[in-house]
Design a protein around this ligand. Structure first.
Ligand SMILES: [Zn+2]
Length: 294
C-alpha cells in the first residue's frame, strides 16, 4: 500500500486530526543516507513529524524548515516539509546507533539529546516568513513537536510518531499522527480526548496493526464521530535538487576555485545534503563553466 495522509475533524469539529503512514518515505530516507538503526528512527520520526506539522500549520504552497539540535551523538537533524506532502531531510551523523532504551525501543532520545532546541521556519511561499523555537522536551521528537505546537503555535496537541525496523534495519512500518483540540472545545471534550489518547497502545504498535491512516484515526479517536476532510493524500521523500542547480552551485565558487579544481582533480563532486545525491562534473564541463563565469 502506498504512503498516504488523512486530514479529519472529530467530535463536532472540536478536534482536528491528521495521520500518515510513511513507511516508503522513511525507507527511502534510510536508503539514501545509509543511516544506522537509531539514526533511521530519528530521521524517520523527524520527517514524519515535519510532514504532519506542515499539514496542520500551513496552507497550500507553504514550506517548513525544521532544525533539531539536542547535543546528542546524532549531531542535528534538518527537515524540509511542504504542504503538498513532500519532505526531505538529513541527520549530521547517519552512523549513529545506540543500544535500546529502558523500554527496549530504539533510543531516539539518546541519539538526539535533550539539551537544545527545535526551530521551525515557516515560509508561506508568498513572501512571508517567521521562525519559532522551543526547548527540546526529551529528544524523542514526538514530545518535542508536541511542545512546539503547545508553546509556539498555542494549540494543545498530541503528536505520536512510530517506526518499526526489520532485522536488517530496513523500515518495516513508519507513521505518525497529530490530534489537536480546537479553540472552544471545552473541558468535557478535552478530558474525554485525554482519556482516549492515554489508553492507546504505543503508536508503533498501532501502525503495525492498522494498515491505513483512516483505520489509525478510527482506533485512536474511538468514541468520537470522525469527519474526513481529505484522504489518500500522497506523501513522499522528494528533493528538488538537479544537476543544473548543482552546477550553478559550483559556478558561485568563482573563477579561481574552479580553476584549482580543474588543476587539482580534473573534476568536481557536489553532494546534496538533503537527499545525498551526488553530481559529478568533468574537466570539460568545468572548463565550459569557467568560460561562462565572469
Ligand atoms: Zn537533493
Amino acid at each position: 500500500m502506498p504512503d498516504s495522509m488523512i486530514r479529519a475533524m472529530a467530535g463536532g469539529s472540536r478536534i482536528r486530526a491528521v495521520a500518515a503512514i510513511t513507511t516508503q518515505m522513511a525507507e527511502e530516507a534510510r536508503r539514501r543516507h545509509h543511516t544506522f538503526p537509531t539514526a533511521t528512527a530519528a530521521l524517520s520520526k523527524a520527517l514524519t513529524g515535519g510532514l504532519l506539522l506542515s499539514s496542520v500549520c500551513q496552507k497550500d504552497g507553504g514550506k517548513m524548515t525544521i532544525r533539531i539540535i539536542g547535543g546528542g551523538p546524532i549531531g542535528g537533524i534538518v527537515v524540509d516539509a511542504c504542504h503538498d506532502g513532500t519532505v526531505r531531510g538529513y541527520v549530521a551523523k547517519p552512523e549513529t546507533d545506540l543500544p535500546p532504551n529502558a523500554e527496549g525501543q530504539l533510543d531516539v532520545g539518546g541519539a538526539v539529546g535533550s539539551a537544545g532546541f527545535l526551530t521551525v521556519t515557516h515560509d508561506s511561499g508568498r513572501g512571508s516568513r517567521y521562525t519559532g523555537t522551543v526547548e527540546l522536551a526529551s529528544g524523542e521528537l514526538g514530545d518535542d513537536y508536541t511542545r512546539y505546537l503547545a508553546e509556539s503555535v498555542q494549540t494543545p496537541s498530541a503528536v505520536s510518531l512510530g517506526i518499526y525496523l526489520d532485522r536488517e534495519g530496513k523500515v518495516e512500518v513508519a507513521g505518525g499522527m497529530i490530534v489537536q483540540l480546537m479553540p472552544g472545545a471545552g473541558d468535557e471534550i478535552a478530558w474525554r480526548l485525554e482519556q482516549t489518547i492515554q489508553s492507546l497502545p504505543s503508536f508503533t504498535q498501532m501502525i503495525r496493526k492498522y494498515s491505513t491512516p483512516y483505520e489509525i484515526l478510527k482506533a485512536a479517536l474511538s468514541g468520537f464521530a470522525i469527519e474526513v476532510l481529505m484522504e489518500d493524500i500522497p506523501v513522499s521523500f522528494s528533493c528538488p535538487c538537479t544537476e543544473e542547480r548543482a552546477l550553478w552551485a559550483v559556478s558561485t565558487l568563482g573563477k579561481a576555485e574552479i580553476q584549482s579544481m580543474i588543476e587539482e582533480d580534473g573534476k568536481a563532486e557536489v553532494r546534496c545534503h538533503f537527499c545525498n545525491e551526488e553530481y559529478l562534473f568533468s574537466r570539460s564541463q568545468l572548463e565550459a563553466l569557467l568560460n561562462g563565469v565572469q
